[in-house]
Design a protein around this ligand. Structure first.
Ligand code: MG
Length: 383
């Protein structure tokens, strides 16, 4: 039985948050689509994996499919059904015996599910759907009012990859006169025999913000990294005082090539340190004129991007400002909120506190402000 797999990645869904469709967002350091493609391509029973993409997705597809040696992608349509049809018509030039149709937003395909689907087809089914029983009590309602409790016995949640006798699915698509939310519905409507096989919670569709983080936490081992940073800037007249991204009323600001935000600089160095990616001076050399008076928020946004690019997340950050004046505590909450916003994390993951040095040393003599920072990052293990 020659088996081809079609991965549908033409959807524009951005309900999962972010500016790019969910299949191109990052999960544990790789695009969601890359996970689905790699898992299907690695299955020994699948001879060919083809991806159906939207217009303008060629570069994103190329990145996701890098190294897999897949044939060129197929251009899909506006609706899921149009994309599946386009994929099937492309395969029809050299028709396989069976086809698996898979949603790219179900990134993690367990090989056992593919085995179960293919076994059902080998046993003579026209189609096979991985599914899980409904565990929650189901209510029918409208306008916030329960109208009925629906018997959940015999109800299942359908997943993908769904498998079909290729000829049966192609005929069902060509004959379709209504829109269906999955391929099995078309084969059922055409009178085909579609069987249920056991699905897997790993196949949960990525739909809402937080799904990606949850999947990464559940299924990818992480290691904790710690980084520390330290910075000092001297006081200077005629400059604004910016600390942890917040402007503080004070007779003096800090001298520096950028806005001299000593708190953010220490925090950036802590992040770069945890990533083992050098320091802030390596990324934003003071020798470059374009960083003159730069808003240090840019630097922190860059450091946060590097965490994302490595497939990691910030567990927590802790910044200590060391000075006799100004008083930091009245501004600490605003600083925490600003830093958390730049890092893209909950404010509860960011601490800002201050200490004096009992009038000892350069901070005690009010010559400048020092800052130290520590961060913990969770990174994919081995990353
Ligand atoms: Mg600095």
């Amino acid at each position: 039985m020659r088996v081809a797999a079609l991965v549908l990645a033409a959807g524009r869904g951005v309900r999962a948050g972010g500016e790019v469709p969910k299949q191109f967002q990052m999960l544990a350091g790789r695009p969601v689509l890359a996970h689905a493609l790699a898992r299907l391509a690695a299955h020994p029973a699948i001879a060919e994996v083809r991806c159906v993409i939207g217009p303008g997705d060629a570069a994103a597809h190329e990145a996701a499919a890098a190294g897999l040696g897949l044939p060129p992608p197929i251009l899909g349509g506006a609706a899921r059904q149009d994309s599946a049809r386009a994929g099937l018509e492309a395969l029809a030039k050299d028709p396989p015996d069976a086809v698996l149709v898979h949603d790219a937003a179900r990134a993690l395909v367990p090989p056992e599910v593919v085995d179960r689907v293919l076994a059902a087809l080998a046993a003579g089914a026209d189609g096979a759907v991985p599914a899980l029983p409904v565990a929650d009590t189901l209510k029918r309602g409208s306008a916030g009012l329960v109208e009925a409790t629906v018997d959940r016995k015999n109800l299942f949640r359908a997943q993908t990859p769904q498998g079909f006798c290729f000829a049966a699915l192609l005929a069902a698509h060509r004959a379709a006169r209504h829109e269906a939310t999955d391929d099995a519905a078309l084969v059922e409507a055409a009178g085909g025999r579609v069987v249920l096989v056991e699905g897997d919670p790993m196949l949960e569709k990525i739909t809402v913000p937080g799904d990606l983080t949850r999947l990464a936490r559940l299924h990818f081992p992480t290691e904790l990294r710690t980084g520390t940073g330290f910075d000092v800037h001297r006081f200077a007249a005629g400059r604004k005082l910016i600390l942890c991204g917040v402007e503080i009323p004070h007779p003096q600001g800090l001298a520096g090539h950028s806005d001299a935000d000593v708190g953010i600089h220490a925090l950036c160095d802590a992040i770069y340190g945890a990533l083992a990616e050098g320091d802030i001076g390596a990324h934003f050399p003071p020798s470059e004129a374009r960083w003159r008076d730069a808003d240090s928020a840019l630097f922190l946004a860059h450091a946060a991007c590097r965490i994302g690019a490595r497939g990691g997340r910030l567990v927590n950050a802790d910044v200590t400002l060391i000075c006799e004046a100004p008083k930091i505590r009245p501004h600490a909450e605003a600083m925490r909120a600003r830093l958390a916003g730049l890092l893209g994390v909950e404010v509860g993951r960011v601490g800002v506190k201050a200490t004096t040095t009992e009038q000892l040393g350069f901070t005690g003599r009010r010559e400048g402000i020092a800052a130290q920072a520590a961060v913990s990052l969770a990174l994919p293990a081995g990353g």
